[in-house]
Structures are given as structure tokens and as C-alpha cells.
Design a protein around this ligand. Structure first.
Ligand SMILES: C[S@@+](CC[C@H](N)C(=O)[O-])C[C@H]1O[C@@H](n2cnc3c(N)ncnc32)[C@H](O)[C@@H]1O
Length: 270
């Protein structure tokens, strides 16, 4: 197979996905390969490419097939126990970095893409990350090792229940499941990504509501809370936040596509 044939076979994929396949198969930086349309793959490379394309036909996400995904310019291991990191979430991470928190708790860490990036970008003194899923925590721990971030305390917990926390935390950050079980979800996501990471009852808002109720009764004081939520959930999120946490100021912010997808709750008078 030559590059021109590969590009024809993968024309439905993005340039990033095509590059990910080539880098995986050739085990080298492929930035220059696109300049030579007649680049000849070896027989074994051709077989490897064909095997990947065959799996893609079954709607397996490319990131699970290759075992990694990119987030904030870093490579994260992923498997079917964790959600594939989404680029929108990078906006949430950027916002969190702007707050310069010294102490951070991430609830629902999955692959660890949020907490590992924050650990890498900030000199925070205390970083805790939790998930209800043991296999997800294993992936997050392994990503922390790969990225050489050593200072994260990973804990298995159902939201804030049974977490060991200090009395005050600068930032609680969470991208919890928020998909309404009755809503449309792309087939590859529905078939292959963990339902534990996707779906939440009450139209997708059960996890966020429960988390905020636990914040209200927690002996830990959270100065800032950052949440990611789904398309069109802004109004319901506003109602929930104002009802459960009236002692916080609420602001919303948008992702790269101008979709309101995040909120910032800031404790008043601090
Ligand atoms: C939408 S994924 C986000 C993963 C990762 N933080 C990211 O942004 O890519 C939600 C994560 O929350 C975890 N989760 C689901 N229910 C939970 C619960 N009750 N308590 C803690 N974590 C939970 C899932 O296992 C999953 O890893």
C-alpha cells in the first residue's frame, strides 16, 4: 500500500486520526510523511493498517483500538473502562489553571486527563482524584506514572462519600456523567464507551445534583467548583446550583464551539 491509497481508504477520518494511525503503525513522527503521496508501506505495515481499518468498521473508537488518546498535547492511555478524553474538556482545564488553585479535588477522574494535566501545569500542593470505578482508577494511576506526576492521591469513592479530605479545598472540578439515558448518543460511543461514565438519571443531572448536595453538607469548604455538563442543560444547572448552593456566585462559560458547557461556582465573600 502507498500513502495515496491509505488516504483514500481513510478519507472519512480527521487528519489527526490519520496521523495517529500512521504514528502507531510506523512508530515514528509522521509530520513529513504527508508530503510524499507515493510513500510505500512495508507488507507488515500494510497488514497492521488493514487490521485497524477492519476494527474501525465495527465502530470501535480509534483511541481504544490504538490504546491512547491526546489531551492537552499529552498522550493518555485509554481502554474501554474510561471515557475517551474530549477536546472540549481542555477549556475547563484552562479555566482551572487560571484560578491557580493550591488544593484540588477531581471527582470522576476516568483516564485522569484532567487531574494529570493540572498536576503537570500547576505547582499545587495537594491533588486528590477519585472515581467510583476501580478499573478507571488503574488507568488514571498509570497515566500519572507515564506523565511523571507523582503527587496525586487517588481514592475510590462514590462522589464525596467516604473520601478523606482536608478542611478546605481551593478547587473541586468534575466532569461527571451527564447524558440523559433517553437521549440520542452516537453509535460508537453507545456501543463502546463505559455507560458508567456517560449516563445519569433525572435527564442527565442526577450526578451533579447529588454532588452539590454533598458539597452543601460536607465539613470541607470548597472555594471554587468547576463543572462540565451537556448541551442544553444550562438552565436546569442554574436552577440546581441556586437552590442547593445559594452561598456561591454562579457563572457559565463556553467551549470552542460557543456551546455553554461549563459553570464556575465561587464561594461568596472570599
Ligand atoms: C464523563 S466521565 C469523565 C472522565 C474524565 N474526568 C474526563 O473528563 O475525561 C465521568 C467519570 O465519572 C465516574 N463516575 C460515575 N459515577 C460516579 C460516582 N457516583 N462517583 C464518582 N465517580 C463516578 C465514571 O466512572 C467516569 O470515569
Amino acid at each position: 500500500m502507498i500513502l495515496k491509497e491509505f488516504l483514500k481508504l481513510t478519507e472519512g477520518l480527521s487528519k489527526l486520526q490519520q496521523t495517529m494511525i500512521l504514528e502507531h503503525v510506523l512508530q515514528t513522527d509522521c509530520s513529513k510523511i504527508f508530503l510524499d503521496l507515493n510513500f510505500q508501506f512495508t507488507d507488515s505495515n500494510t497488514r497492521a493498517i488493514q487490521a485497524i481499518l477492519k476494527k474501525l468498521k465495527t465502530l470501535q473508537p480509534l483511541e481504544y483500538i490504538l490504546g491512547h488518546a491526546y489531551f492537552y498535547n499529552a498522550k493518555f492511555q485509554v481502554n474501554a473502562n474510561v471515557l475517551i478524553p474530549r477536546s472540549e474538556t481542555e477549556v475547563l482545564v484552562n479555566y482551572a489553571i487560571g484560578l491557580q488553585p493550591q488544593t484540588i479535588l477531581e471527582v470522576g477522574t476516568g483516564s485522569g486527563c484532567i487531574i494529570c494535566t493540572l498536576a503537570h501545569e500547576l505547582e499545587s500542593t495537594l491533588l486528590i482524584a477519585s472515581d467510583i470505578s476501580k478499573p478507571a482508577l488503574q488507568v488514571a494511576k498509570s497515566n500519572a506514572k507515564l506523565l511523571r506526576v507523582k503527587n496525586i492521591d487517588f481514592q475510590e469513592a462514590n462522589l464525596l462519600g467516604n473520601l478523606t479530605l482536608p478542611k478546605q479545598i481551593d478547587l473541586l472540578i468534575a466532569n461527571l456523567p451527564y447524558v440523559d439515558p433517553d437521549s440520542y448518543v452516537a453509535s460508537s460511543t453507545k456501543l463502546h464507551e463505559p455507560h458508567l461514565a456517560l449516563y445519569s438519571e433525572e435527564g442527565g443531572l442526577n450526578h451533579i445534583r447529588r454532588l452539590l448536595e454533598q458539597v452543601q453538607t460536607s465539613i470541607t469548604e470548597f472555594t471554587n467548583i468547576l463543572l462540565e455538563f451537556g448541551y442544553g442543560q444550562e438552565q436546569e444547572i442554574q436552577v440546581i446550583c441556586e437552590r442547593i448552593l445559594p452561598q456561591y456566585d454562579l457563572t457559565f462559560f463556553q467551549d470552542f464551539n460557543s456551546v455553554t458547557r461549563f459553570c464556575h461556582l465561587k464561594l461568596k465573600n472570599v
